[in-house]
Ligand binder design. Structure first.
Ligand SMILES: C[S@@+](CC[C@H](N)C(=O)[O-])C[C@H]1O[C@@H](n2cnc3c(N)ncnc32)[C@H](O)[C@@H]1O
Length: 263
């Protein structure tokens, strides 16, 4: 674990509690409004056209949940999942080996939108295409050093609810964007989702600090770091908002963004 991240005690992140709190049903946690549905709809929208495609995909800060990779899998040959927490990496390996099947409600919801094939087929495809499950620290240059050999960069990166929790200041957030960008081919896509103006979120008894970034700051950072923003949605009136009083997190809004690294 890096020195800087000692202040981010990710050994306290309990994958089972996280899944039980935020992903046990498509309604998500009752204090969070419709944010899970919004994130999943955003993923479906990003990938449904097939325009985001290529050989190698990296998912950053996967946590115990490969939902972004699930939507991307039909369009890529090789997938790398990554996370800072060894507990999450172990959890993902167990899921890939078929020892855990915790993704039912999320996969069902996504397949209902795209009506392509059965959950079993899509889950098998994803498990087969996942080639690496590796440690990642987005706050460091070359965040997944072990998987980028001879400058063979990724065609696309997906990342949800990670950048704002991996950093505490906007400067750190911008550095993490730069670090991610260094892994992406020019012209490659980034599909990013997350919380806006969130200062903490809780897993079990543990409260994790976040950078309370807003939409203008987000746009500004990505444009300065050499991305063209192709789409940026936030929670609109179609979704139930987050409760004002919540023990679990304090986000004011959420976003789903597709951006392209300028060539
Ligand atoms: C709120 S969870 C999000 C998990 C999943 N992507 C989702 O959307 O539900 C945040 C994740 O970011 C990971 N994380 C925290 N700091 C990180 C860092 N410096 N580099 C990479 N991942 C990090 C945590 O281990 C955790 O799995």
């Amino acid at each position: 674990m890096s020195a800087d991240n000692k202040r981010v005690p990710y050994e306290a992140f309990d994958p089972e509690k996280y899944v039980a709190t935020y992903y046990s049903s498509i309604a998500g946690h009752k204090e969070e409004g419709d944010v899970l549905k919004f994130f999943l709809d955003g993923l479906y929208e990003a990938f449904k056209s097939g325009n985001i495609t290529g050989k190698k995909l990296l998912d950053v800060g996967t946590g115990p949940i490969p939902n972004m990779a699930f939507c991307a899998a039909p369009w890529f040959e090789e997938i790398t999942l990554s996370d800072f927490s060894q507990k999450n990496l172990e959890f993902l390996r167990k899921w890939k080996d078929g020892e855990i099947n915790h993704m039912g409600p999320v996969f069902e919801y996504l397949l209902n939108l795209d009506k392509s094939s059965s959950i079993e087929e899509r889950q098998d495809e994803l498990r087969r295409k996942i080639k690496n499950i590796v440690f990642c620290d987005v706050t460091k240059p070359n965040p997944v050093a072990s998987t980028v050999v001879d400058g063979d960069l990724f065609d696309a990166i997906t990342c949800s609810n990670c950048l704002e929790v991996a950093s505490i200041t906007l400067d750190e957030y911008a550095k993490s964007v730069r670090n991610l960008s260094s892994l992406l081919k020019p012209g490659g896509h980034l599909v990013l989702e997350g919380a806006l103006e969130q200062t903490f979120y809780r897993v079990g008894d543990f409260s994790f600090k976040c950078t309370p970034i807003n939409e203008d700051q987000l746009r500004d950072i990505f444009q300065k770091e050499g991305f063209e923003i192709l789409s940026l949605q936030d929670l609109n009136e179609n979704y139930t908002p987050h409760k004002d009083e919540s023990n679990y997190s304090d986000f004011k809004n959420a976003f789903a963004m597709v951006a392209k690294k300028v060539e």
